[in-house]
Design a protein around this ligand. Structure first.
Ligand SMILES: [Zn+2]
Length: 344
């Protein structure tokens, strides 16, 4: 028997019914799949999805166009809900592949031939099994997502609660220094908030950006976060500090952030130092020093110039080791990738 002309591969290893259901379940956990993309990326997935749709048409039955559409719509609501398409496009693909046949007058439809690699498994499967495999996969995915969210929230609230239980250091205090103060450990509060900034830095890394994270805190609440993303945003000003300042100003409806503290994992550059001063940030806390572009002592110190800065108290070196290590790891990783690419 001739296979449909549009078949992308000649000989494919046959799939079992269980293998079919498993692959459908994996695909079902996704969203907004375009058939044309699937076809380009993975012709096997493409055929498996369309064959799944074909199994929604009862075998050995002539169907009116209306009935055929009804079955295909049911597929798109259940087993095929991850597809971004409608029954018309779907029907066209199915007819092109020969998975459904249209009568000469174009009035009746029936299920056609499936490719050899799907043929045996198809005989063991029906619409109900396909729909339930997809639903189960989607429910599991939703549950996993909910659990991750709950864990994240618990962790954040925990850190934030610990952080906020300790009053800020060096804010609004009248310093009467009679003796040189003992070398001070960084406050638990600063460290806990810096850890949240480090979380933000990880977001940057996940997008392939230099991992720097920032947050704005007001009245003991984290009101805005930001991470470095100049590449992704095609924006040379999209440093973590600027992102967080923008979000905070928008939230407060005020370009002055008088009562706010800014936490950032890396010493701010001149641009960010300027923005911090324009925003009248009350207190800046940063982690690792930046000997290349730091504007808080690394290269220059714009905060030490009283003609420029009347507002911002600077606290440096909070979790500097952790913040710096993240950057070192990122650059080492990038070098290794580059070397691997160069090696072929
Ligand atoms: Zn900057």
């Amino acid at each position: 028997m001739a296979q449909p002309q549009t078949m992308p591969h000649a000989a494919q290893p046959a799939v079992s019914a269980a293998g079919w259901l498993e692959r459908l379940a994996q695909l079902a956990a996704r969203k907004g799949l375009l058939l044309s993309n699937v076809r380009e990326r993975d012709p096997r997935d493409f055929e498996l999805l369309l064959a799944s749709a074909a199994l929604f048409l009862p075998a050995q039955q002539l169907l009116t166009e209306r009935d055929a559409n009804e079955h295909l719509r049911r597929f798109l609501q259940t087993a095929g809900a991850m597809l971004d398409t409608d029954h018309v496009e779907l029907r066209r693909w199915l007819a092109d592949l020969g998975f459904i046949h249209r009568s000469d007058y174009g009035t009746d439809y029936r299920r056609g031939m499936l490719p050899a690699w799907l043929h045996d498994a198809a005989a063991e499967l029906d619409a109900v099994q396909l729909a339930s495999a997809a639903e189960t996969a989607r429910a599991a995915k939703a549950q996993e997502r909910a659990a991750r969210k709950a864990a994240w929230l618990a962790r954040t609230q925990d850190v934030a609660a610990q952080a906020l239980a300790v009053p800020p250091v060096g804010v609004g205090e009248v310093e009467v220094i009679e003796q040189p103060p003992p070398p001070r450990e960084h406050g638990i509060r600063d460290e806990a908030l810096m850890r949240l900034a480090i979380d933000q830095a990880h977001n940057a890394w996940a997008l392939g950006e230099v991992p720097v994270g920032a947050l704005v805190v007001r009245d003991g609440q984290v009101i805005a976060t930001g991470f470095n993303q100049p590449i992704g945003n095609s924006d040379p000003t999209a440093h973590a500090e600027i992102q967080a300042l923008r979000a905070a100003a928008e939230l407060l409806g005020n370009y002055r952030l008088n009562h706010c503290e800014l936490y950032v994992t890396l010493e701010p550059c001149a641009m960010c130092a300027g923005a911090i001063q324009h925003a009248r940030i009350k207190r800046l806390v940063f982690g690792a020093a930046d000997p290349k572009t730091g504007a808080c002592g690394g290269v220059v110190n714009l905060f030490a110039e009283p003609r420029l800065n009347h507002h911002t108290h600077v606290e440096r070196g909070v979790l500097a080791g952790d913040c710096g290590e993240l950057l070192s790891r990122f650059f080492a990783d990038r070098r290794a990738l580059r070397d691997a690419a160069a090696a072929g």
